[in-house]
Design a protein around this ligand. Sequence first.
Ligand SMILES: *Cc1c(COP(=O)(O)O)cnc(C)c1O
Length: 395
Amino acid sequence: MDLKQAKNMDEKYIFSTYQRQPLLLVKGKGSWVWDSYGNKYLDFFSGLAVNNLGNSHVKIVKAIKAQASIIMHTSNIFMTEPMLEVAQILSKHFGGKVFFCNSGAEANEAAIKLARKWGSENGEKYEIITMEESFHGRTLTTITATGQTKYQKGFEPLTPGFKYAKFNDLGSVQKLITRKTCAVMVEPIQGEGGVNIGEISFIKGLREICNGNNLLLIFDEVQTGIGRTGKLFAYEHFGVEPDIMTLAKALGGGLPIGAMLAAPAIAKYFKLGNHASTFGGNPVCCAAAKAVLQTIEKDKLLDNAARLGKILLEKLTGFEGKYKFVKEVRGKGLMIGIELEMKGANIVAQARDKGLLVNCAADKVIRLLPPITVKLSEIKAGVKILDGIFSQIQK
Ligand SMILES: *Cc1c(COP(=O)(O)O)cnc(C)c1O
């Protein structure tokens, strides 16, 4: 299939909900992907923070192939080994129980339901405070949780019971608390909102506010989890633990899987029959997730993400003084944003033409999400391409 044919079929057969890049990708390996013309691209997009171990990592491919030939699906009426093993590994780090689903939105939906269930038995509370510029998914309730009207417009009436505070502003959270509040939900580092990093005092303060008011603290780590920021979970940077945490994106190494984790004392509020998912905990997805988690540990990929993330951030921070249209460079581990004075779509297109895939969040932030397996030479190559583009613009 060539690009023209692909574009025609896309237009004819698929909903036009995505602003596509004009590429038909046919192959991926490590930090690289290839298009239908055989052009090679350095992949600092990673399928939107999904391919954290790079494209088609051998360990993940092997695990998927092996599991697919053993048993592929059973439903949750039965136990299978991969789901138990993944839950055990996650639980070892987080110290809670796991509910498996298939995506980030579903994991957040499960977290919201659990918070409401808990709230219904702890003083008839149901309101949830989320943040402006947040992103929590595209189901009706998760667009409501998402503090950005552009995702909500046209889909009203929204789910009742959500209020929006200012990120990094404890006072604005405090002001919204009522007798009906059951939880505060936050991304420790906002992804779609433009790589906005939670201040330590803010995240710690949220924990204190939740403790003081008997509220649950929910961390959406769908994008920040699984090594992206140089720790397995981003909350580890802040020295506080949430009551509920959600994961998806990179957990399955490219296969769809989501997870909602909660401390046992909270998890027990979901009783027999309270929640379910047909595909949740699918053996093949869980075999992939197990390979992801084991490989991160065995290959010391958190160290790699922290070390190379620091180098990348340092190099890009040099752009702040060098280019007057660069407003701020910020990030943690390999989740980095370059905030511009203007829209970034044009830079994304130029980078693509020069062999680098990046993405633009919140219109003005070039977001870099290299795989956590990335090599120093690849970091340097990516910076060089961006530097070239930026210096052309400055001219
Ligand atoms: C991507 C994302 C989601 C939604 O995940 P889906 O798998 O697309 O449903 C939710 N929260 C955050 C923080 C995300 O980055």
